[in-house]
Ligand binder design. Structure first.
Ligand SMILES: Nc1nc2c(c(=O)[nH]1)N[C@H]1C(S)=C(S)[C@@H](COP(=O)(O)OP(=O)(O)OC[C@H]3O[C@@H](n4cnc5c(=O)[nH]c(N)nc54)[C@H](O)[C@@H]3O)O[C@H]1N2
Ligand SMILES: Nc1nc2c(c(=O)[nH]1)N[C@H]1C(S)=C(S)[C@@H](COP(=O)(O)OP(=O)(O)OC[C@H]3O[C@@H](n4cnc5c(=O)[nH]c(N)nc54)[C@H](O)[C@@H]3O)O[C@H]1N2
Ligand code: SF4
Ligand SMILES: [Mo]
Length: 670
């Protein structure tokens, strides 16, 4: 008898604004095809270069299939297989010992965006650490600066339906590489273009998105707030602002006028490296073209002044009143468009006064704070993705640190684990997903059995909880029950049938809706920020590493087109496509250093170094270099990557990461 193929509806788990809906075709228990859902309004039947290879990743010969116990030295990556009973018994006993000897805060959880699922991302695992009273983790490695800026300015992180960008007449892609990191927005941008819209890309790199745009404005890294304030100044000087919108919906516009007046074109041109005429023309175009839409993303806020940059840019549509228009306004994130159970992770269990450890500065935490005795990592690969890897590796090598890593593969971080535990992938577990680039809620239904003995994150933490004597009913809920607890029965039925639910979202949220700031207005003037010691008004905060004589180049390290942070790096077809690590530099900067195309070079600063092939190109301006990431150190020359050079410095707002605020020098090897 031939079994008919089964089609199972799922959703992409990765850290990407698109949260694509997909369908897996399963024959005899084996997933044979994965394709983007045709009827999903944003996915529109296609997936990206990475997730088109998801089956190769799922059935990768190096998938972890059993629990593994370390036998070699830390970092060496030698393990022996063990049973789940042995693993759970030993880990729970060691964690209980650590807690008894040093208190619960000596245990630090470390997780980020391996999956953005509500359940596999933050379900039982968070409950487990909250019940234990472990240290909290400040999960700020990606979006904290911009999110904090947005929250203080607009309240909720919401945006109009992103499909509305199709109605725009001017689209500013500001610090985002849309074709790589948000590719499902592109068809809507194309629709707008067919109706005559202009697309302007503001990025220090001539990215594939910048090439595809009508205009590329090559801004000096970390200077966006200066550009935004200078644009506002032009708009105010010419009376192009929407005075009524400012008076009705904002707080502090008079102060903004004064702040912007400090940014005449000359000063802004000097700071941003953008010609004064270009800034003036951009400001006038922006204020006089309706609707105009700004798509910002998180790339531009990976600088010391990243919060201030997002705050200033986000206020442009308030100055011109473009929030009034369908197809106008701005989008940083839509993650606030769905509000699910706010106590899902049992934040209410966290003992008052529990300390927090910042995930960006995990290197310093592990090396300087000896009170940290245990580290449990899941959904993240800090030995690849965190900044200042020399320090991170020193911390992970500490003999008195007990480390557990829950993974699909033996990553850089896994090499340092005392216990390495196999986790299921998206094709093997249940989950529920919000999106941060559209307004759909989606269900992931498992399509195949777990590989080997792999277990879902939740099941692993349920077993640990039981072994450690946690008796709360919260540790009895299955993965499916966890999913169901977040939606109503009707919603669940709809999710099962269709795969997603469309959330309600206003086309003009900051005109119709309540504004969830303390004043109920768009806060140009923010007392809350002032109380944090920050400027009351939007301002320009200069890069921390401006480039001195020793390290004159700013090194940007955005994600490679074929990788998803450090995920997919071990998928052979994608690794081949990405090729050797390269460093992009302009002809003038190459010549000064005697560098030629194809030379092997050392990129370095006081924190560390890595090797890369020189690519001489006009994609970057003088003073700027770029190297795409995020590679695995374990497959890199000398086990060093770009994150050996990046800094743990926290951003002006939100204690976020400043990966792109990184001054380096480059020299030929040999
Ligand atoms: N293919 C792929 N897609 C991804 C990811 C991935 O790793 N690979 N990662 C996902 C994640 S975790 C995130 S957070 C998002 C990020 O999505 P994006 O924000 O689009 O991503 P980045 O490529 O980090 O940054 C975007 C652009 O900002 C530019 N940039 C850097 N500094 C500045 C600056 O000072 N000013 C301006 N104007 N631009 C600047 C960079 O050159 C880069 O081209 O993408 C998600 N999507
Ligand atoms: N230089 C530089 N560094 C950066 C960035 C940059 O642009 N430049 N970007 C930063 C940004 S924006 C981000 S968001 C971070 C991302 O950093 P991370 O959140 O660490 O993301 P990934 O590198 O994708 O690693 C996620 C890991 O989780 C694992 N995983 C996936 N699903 C599951 C699961 O269900 N269970 C378990 N247990 N594990 C799972 C994957 O195998 C993978 O190894 O990196 C940051 N680092
Ligand atoms: S990574 Fe993004 S574009 Fe690729 S399938 Fe997932 S959600 Fe879609
Ligand atoms: Mo991110």
């Amino acid at each position: 008898m031939v079994n008919l193929p089964l089609i199972v509806k799922g959703v992409c788990p990765h850290d990407c604004p698109d949260t694509c809906s997909f369908e897996t075709q399963v024959v005899d228990g084996v997933a044979v095809e994965l394709r983007g859902s045709h009827d999903h309004p944003v996915t529109q039947g296609f997936l990206c270069a990475k997730v088109n290879r998801y089956l190769e990743r799922t059935y990768h010969p190096e998938r972890l299939l059993t629990p593994m116990r370390r036998v070699g030295a830390k970092g060496e990556g030698r393990f022996e297989p063990a049973t789940w009973d042995e693993a759970i018994a030993d880990i729970s006993a060691r964690l209980l010992d650590v807690v008894a000897a040093h208190g619960p805060e000596s245990v630090v959880p470390y997780s980020y965006s391996g999956t953005l699922g509500q359940v596999q991302g933050g379900g039982t695992a968070d409950r487990f650490f909250h019940r234990l009273g472990a240290s909290l983790l400040e999960r700020t490695i990606c979006a904290a600066a911009g999110s904090t800026a947005w929250a203080h300015t607009y309240g909720a992180r919401i945006a109009p339906p992103i499909q509305d960008i199709a109605h725009s007449r001017l689209i500013l892609l500001w610090g985002t590489n849309t074709l790589t990191s948000n590719s499902h927005l592109w068809p809507f941008i194309m629709q707008a273009r067919e109706q005559g819209a202009r697309v302007v890309c503001i990025d220090p790199i001539l990215t594939r998105t910048a090439r595809a745009a009508d205009e590329h404005i090559a801004i000096r890294p970390g200077t966006d707030a200066a550009l935004a304030l200078a644009m506002m100044n032009v708009i105010f000087e010419r009376g192009l602002e929407d005075a009524e919108f400012l008076a009705d919906r904002t707080l502090g516009h008079e102060g903004l006028r004064a702040k912007a007046a400090e940014w005449d074109l000359q000063r802004a041109a000097e700071v941003t490296d953008i010609p004064a005429e270009t800034i003036e023309r951009l400001a006038i175009d922006y204020a006089t073209t309706q609707p105009a839409f700004i798509r910002l993303n998180y790339g531009l806020q990976r600088h010391y002044g990243g919060g201030s940059a997002v705050r200033a840019i986000s206020l442009l549509p308030a100055v011109t009143g473009s929030w009034r228009d369908t197809g106008g306004g701005a989008c940083l994130s839509t993650s606030g468009n769905w509000v699910l159970d706010s106590n899902f992770t049992r934040g209410s269990w966290v003992p008052a006064g529990t300390r927090s450890v910042n995930m960006v500065a995990i290197g310093d935490a592990l090396t300087q704070d000896e009170s940290i005795k245990a580290l449990v990592v899941w959904n993240s690969n800090p030995a690849a993705v965190a900044p200042d890897l020399n320090t991170v590796r020193s911390g992970l090598t500490r003999p008195d640190l007990f480390t557990v890593v829950i993974e699909h593969f033996q990553t850089d971080t896994a090499d340092y684990a005392d216990w390495l535990l196999p986790a299921t992938t998206q094709l093997e577990h249940w989950d529920l997903h919000k999106a941060y680039g559209n307004h759909y809620l989606s269900l992931n239904t498992p399509a195949i059995d777990p590989a080997g003995e792999s277990l879902s994150n939740n099941e692993i933490f349920r077993r640990l909880a039981r072994a450690m004597g946690m008796t709360d009913p919260e540790f009895e809920e299955s993965d499916l029950e966890l999913v169901k607890s977040l939606v109503s029965d009707e919603q669940f039925d709809e999710l099962r049938q269709i795969g997603w639910i469309e959330g309600y979202v206003s086309q003009t949220p900051f005109v119709d809706g309540p504004i969830l700031t303390p004043s109920g207005r768009i806060e140009i003037e923010s007392e809350a920020l002032a109380r944090l010691g920050l400027d009351l008004f939007p301002t320009y905060v200069a890069p921390a590493e401006l480039g001195d004589a020793k390290y004159p180049l700013t090194l940007l390290s955005p994600p490679d087109h074929g990788f998803l942070n450090s995920t997919f790096v071990n998928v052979p077809a994608l690794a081949r496509k990405a090729g050797e690590v390269s460093v992009l530099i302009c002809a003038e900067d190459a010549a000064v250093r005697g560098l030629n195309e194809g030379d092997l070079a050392r990129v370095f600063n006081d924190r560390g170094s890595f090797e890369a092939r020189v690519h001489v190109t006009d994609m970057v301006a003088s003073g700027v270099a770029a190297s795409y990431g995020i590679r695995w150190a374990r497959n890199s020359p000398g086990r060093r990557t770009v994150n050996d050079t990046t800094s743990q410095r926290l951003t002006d707002m939100g204690r976020g990461a400043s990966f792109y605020d990184n001054a380096v020098e480059i020299a030929a090897i040999g």
